[in-house]
Design a protein around this ligand. Sequence first.
Ligand SMILES: [Zn+2]
Length: 171
Amino acid sequence: MENFSDFYCMRCGAQSVLLENHKALRCSACGFTYFHNVATAVGAIIVCGDEVLLLERGKEPGKGQLGLPGGFVDPFESAEQALIREISEETGIRVTQPLNYVGAWANQYPYGGVLYHTQDVYFEVALASKPSLTLQVAEVRAAHWVAREQIDLNQLAFCSARDALQHWLAG
Ligand SMILES: [Zn+2]
């Protein structure tokens, strides 16, 4: 996955791009270096009573597997702003409650032949009642409220979501 040998340099066009130290894409022809830095992503453990909202993923990676609402942080956004935006886009829920920090875990996100390393920051959102959901069709196939003792961590697409839920369930 981390083979960039068939990539062309975005500055000089030579097919001589190498990945150094998992993060620097360096062209051996012209010396141009692009840093493939760790991207920040966010995820939400949305809780209502005894149940957690899990989403069935509608696209790769992890299509058909379960995930938590969330996504990549956009430029100029805080993690909290990104999470509120992603929750709204994916589920239609408009979060006004405080976000409770759960923790952050490293993750890998393969997309379009490129492996992205991410730092996934998780927050808990406690809802007093279950809102009606408007799912983002392209990204989310279905949504399930799952009782905490029924959560099967093996059904989750990403290891960071498993880590976050495991940490949250133990807490
Ligand atoms: Zn070059």
